[in-house]
Design a protein around this ligand. Structure first.
Ligand SMILES: Cc1cc2nc3c(=O)[nH]c(=O)nc-3n(C[C@H](O)[C@H](O)[C@H](O)COP(=O)(O)O)c2cc1C
Length: 309
């Protein structure tokens, strides 16, 4: 390790230790690069060669892990790893102008950040993912439309609420269902429960161009007459098409909800019991299906506690 190329890694087999060590590193005025499986490699200069940083990160990680194995104590291990850094790069800490005090005489390291760089460094602690959409997990729906006079269903997760009464669907232009929505000026949004995961996935991997997907379900029609709905789904919303936004590869269909149908045992006094609906969620990461958790706080209420403070 050189003084000018400095690498650091925490034993990420121990999450607490890893986090604590990272926080400590965040007080140093250096660049921090998170490396999966290596912990953190810290390059003193942005031009630090990665190979060197990774190698020193690996060395340091094994030292940190060894120390944790011996002491079993996060605080002692953090101190130990700081000592390790000082041995490997003796003048590293003393060169940091941002510290009030750096004392190695008693074998203990005491230092305090002046906080001058604190804000800037907090930002560095995040890793960037590029322009990645993280609005998942999101509700998974089965959108229904009559195509050439026959019901067809497509799995759509990119569903939005435009205002309380209207829904948007982001649907790739290549899909068979799009023509049916345009032809009839309506569609349905059916909410499957988790026990319909196989049928829901199937409708998302097979096209109505070649396969009759509607035969999987009991179909029914409502007020609009040409928006097919699925009896097995606990909730069905019948929508009138009000606008199509033309994206390069997608039709964004915007519909107004004209009627909603729900299983009797999933609603009480007009209030939907989502615990009984058991809706299915989808995340692009994985990709996976998720289940709903528990309600844990009252909306438009829990924040009032901060008003009092
Ligand atoms: C979980 C899941 C979610 C999906 N969400 C969307 C979506 O939001 N928009 C879209 O255009 N396609 C989505 N798809 C892909 C379509 O459902 C799939 O291409 C389907 O087979 C098209 O059916 P069709 O050709 O009968 O219209 C999704 C697929 C799955 C499995």
């Amino acid at each position: 390790m050189y003084c000018k190329n400095f690498g650091f890694a925490a034993g990420n087999s121990n999450c607490d230790l890893y986090q604590k060590s990272l926080h400590r590193m965040a007080t140093y005025p250096v660049e921090v690069v998170l490396l999966e499986h290596y912990g953190a490699a810290v390059g003193e200069e942005s031009m630090t060669p990665f190979a060197t940083a990774i190698q020193t990160a690996e060395d340091t990680r094994s030292a940190v892990e060894n120390s944790y194995r011996l002491t079993g104590d996060v605080t002692k291990t953090t101190e130990e790893s700081t000592r390790f850094v000082l041995v490997r790069s003796p003048d590293y800490l003393s060169r940091q102008g941002d510290y009030d005090h750096c004392d190695r005489a008693d074998g203990q390291v005491h230092y305090k950040s002046t906080g001058r760089k604190g804000k800037e460094l907090e930002i560095i602690m995040k890793v960037t993912l590029g322009p990645k959409n993280c609005l998942y997990p999101i509700l998974t729906t089965l959108v229904g439309a009559n195509v050439n006079g026959k019901p067809n269903y497509i799995t759509i997760a990119h569903v939005g609420i435009m205002d309380y009464g209207s829904i948007s669907l982001g649907m790739g232009k290549i899909h068979y269902t799009n023509a049916g929505i345009k032809e009839n000026g309506c569609f349905s949004v059916n909410i499957p429960s988790v026990d319909m995961v196989k049928e829901t996935d199937y409708c998302g991997i097979v096209s109505g161009k070649k396969t009759d997907k509607a035969k999987l379900f009991e179909n029914f029609y409502g007020k609009l007459k040409t928006a097919p709905m699925i009896k097995q789904c606990p909730i069905n919303m019948e929508c009138k098409l009000i606008q199509i936004v033309d994206f390069p590869k997608h039709d964004i269909f915007i519909g107004e909800i004209v009627e909603t149908y729900i299983e009797e045992d999933c609603v009480k006094d007009g209030v939907v019991d989502y615990g009984k609906v058991h809706p299915l969620y989808f995340s692009m990461d994985g990709p996976n299906y998720w289940k709903l958790g528990e309600p844990f706080a009252k909306a438009w209420h829990v924040g009032k506690e901060l008003k009092k403070a």
